[in-house]
Design a protein around this ligand. Structure first.
Ligand code: NAG
Ligand code: NAG
Length: 277
């Protein structure tokens, strides 16, 4: 089929890019946040609590997105200051039904203002790629609308990685990616041309896009952001599952690709299925 052949040619292009060392990936297939899709990202609210499923009124509302799964906190402007979460870089499998020799990927990140703020967004996380049975991973940070920048911190499948993003003002911040097993870390200062809203904080697993090419979503099993919390400008610390929390499920072509759940200090995203080329 024409469409599949087109995607395949894009994938082989992507493979070529990924044959270079990760330090040179900045200009290549750097991940993009959902809101950089042609339609700006705002998850549509679906399946909010109904009387029949009788969840308590404090249960997080469930949203769906074509490229994001995870959890996010939404509050008035100037609420949040930082966000953190720790995850294990996943061992990947091909997309459900996908060839062993192929390319699949995704990313996992923490961010401020990815959901509702229309002016800016800061995020830091890891990108993971399965390419012909090899797993490639790197760490990155991004300030919207600039492309993601690869950080010097190397990450491998199985590493326990702590991600922390802090807004130091409405236009500046720091991103820290730390290998908790070794203590090694990388810190990058961030500057935004437009002010942050500091109105939302999110823990997200993403099916990222490069140009118009949506990466076939890798089977990552399950990713848990543990020790997940956000700090507020009044000095408080909040978990991902409390007041103002939304869960986000990933749905593409009518199929649920990933589902999210949260607890007091964790967010778990489970891979369900995806579509290879
Ligand atoms: C991945 O495998 C495919 C199919 O065997 C091959 O055509 C392609 O060159 C490989 N890509 C890389 C980067 O090894
Ligand atoms: C992270 O730390 C562990 C423990 O020292 C080490 O085995 C692993 O290789 C480190 N990861 C990277 C990418 O250096």
């Amino acid at each position: 089929m024409f469409f599949s052949a087109f995607l395949l040619s894009r994938a082989l292009l992507a493979s070529t890019v990924f044959a270079v060392p990760t330090s040179r990936l900045d200009g290549g297939i750097a991940r993009r946040v959902g809101r950089q899709l042609a339609t700006p990202f705002r998850p549509t609210e679906t399946a909010t609590s109904t009387a029949t499923s009788s969840p308590s009124s404090t249960d997080p509302a469930v949203l769906s997105s074509n490229v994001w799964a995870g959890a996010g906190l939404e509050s008035p402007a100037n609420t949040y200051q930082s966000i953190t979460g720790t995850l294990v870089v996943p061992h990947l499998q091909p997309a459900t039904g996908g060839a062993i020799e192929g390319i699949y990927g995704g990313s996992a990140w923490v961010g401020l203002d990815g959901m509702t703020c229309q002016t800016s967004l800061m995020a830091t996380g890891i990108q993971f790629i399965y390419l012909n049975q090899t797993i490639l991973a790197n760490s990155w940070t991004e300030v919207y609308p600039n492309p993601a920048v690869t950080m010097s911190m190397p990450v491998n499948a199985g590493d326990v990685v702590k991600l922390t993003l802090t807004a130091t003002s409405s236009t500046t911040g720091t991103a820290v990616v730390q290998n908790l097993s070794s203590g090694q870390s990388s810190t990058v200062g961030l500057t935004s041309t437009a002010p942050l809203c500091l109105a939302d904080a999110e823990w997200i697993v993403e099916d990222f896009e490069e140009g118009t090419f949506l990466m076939p979503f890798a089977d990552f099993g399950s990713i848990t952001f543990s020790d997940a919390s956000a700090t507020t400008q009044d000095g408080g610390t909040v978990g991902p599952c409390g007041s103002g929390s939304h869960l986000i499920d990933m749905v593409q072509s009518g199929l649920q690709f990933a589902s999210a759940s949260c607890a007091a200090s964790s967010v778990t995203v489970d891979y369900l299925t995806s579509i290879p080329f």
